[in-house]
Design a protein around this ligand. Structure first.
Ligand code: COA
Length: 212
């Protein structure tokens, strides 16, 4: 059977040819899980913050859900959030900064998001230090609720485990209650962070029951 004959989507490692599809999935799921197209002036803004740097700096920890034609979902991870924030500033920001100039006083949705791009150190919080890895996961609506999110998370957990990373965290928009139910089912628990703003932080071990 060739890959184009497959009907059931499958998880595989990311490859550079997936980049545009990953960007597309990102923008279609970036408004607290819903479609963010039309919200920001530049459709690449959200992916340039929440997908591009992961693909660029840690492609070996990126996995996609492939429907036989293209990537329709992904999980993106980094093993060490503090090292990632440094590399984000040093290697990623110079590639995109000109496209997204910073506002003196961020006010509009675009400006507030651009401010996040320019401040990668915001990701490094002492309360998360013992959960050094972090992740992002998104799947197009037509492929949600079919078990692929669980497969993607377990694929990343296994990859992190192989790198010796004991625990992983994520920051999610608190209003995304559907995602919260998913993470609860996947064994994530809340990590208390002072002044978390619109986010909730969750974490769990990279150990998967029944595997070494
Ligand atoms: C959140 C998301 C990654 C979950 O992936 P998924 O493939 O839909 O989830 P799965 O089918 O693997 O579900 C795994 C478990 O979570 C539960 N679950 C998933 N979504 C749920 C929901 N909205 N409400 C209740 N339970 C849910 C499933 O019922 C399943 O439970 P089980 O243990 O009984 O089998 C996916 O829906 C998505 O990409 N949503 C839009 C983008 C988004 O919100 N990303 C997260 C940003 S923080």
């Amino acid at each position: 059977m060739s890959t184009t004959d497959r009907t059931r989507p499958f998880v595989r490692p990311y490859r550079p040819a997936d980049r545009a599809a990953v960007y597309d999935v990102c923008v279609r799921t970036a408004d607290a899980g819903g479609d963010a197209r039309g919200i920001y002036r530049d459709p690449d803004l959200m992916p340039d913050i929440f997908a591009g740097p992961y693909l660029h700096l840690a492609p070996h920890l990126a996995f996609v859900l492939d429907d036989g034609r293209r990537a329709v979902g992904y999980v993106l991870g980094v093993a060490d959030t503090a090292a990632f924030a440094e590399a984000f500033r040093r290697e990623w920001l110079p590639r995109v900064a000109d496209r997204y100039p910073r506002a003196a006083v961020p006010d509009t949705p675009d400006e507030r998001m651009i401010e996040l791009l320019h401040t990668p150190e915001r990701m490094v919080l002492p309360e998360l230090a013992d959960h050094p890895a972090h992740l992002h996961i998104d799947i197009l609506p037509e492929h949600q609720r079919a078990g692929h999110g669980r497969t993607l998370i377990h694929t990343l957990l296994a990859a992190l485990r192989r790198e010796g990373v004991p625990r992983v965290h994520l920051g999610m928009v608190t209003a995304n209650t559907a995602a919260r139910r998913f993470y609860d089912r996947l064994g994530f628990h809340e990590l208390p962070v002072p002044d978390p703003g619109p986010l909730t932080y969750l974490g769990r071990s990279t150990e998967i029951a029944g595997t070494p």
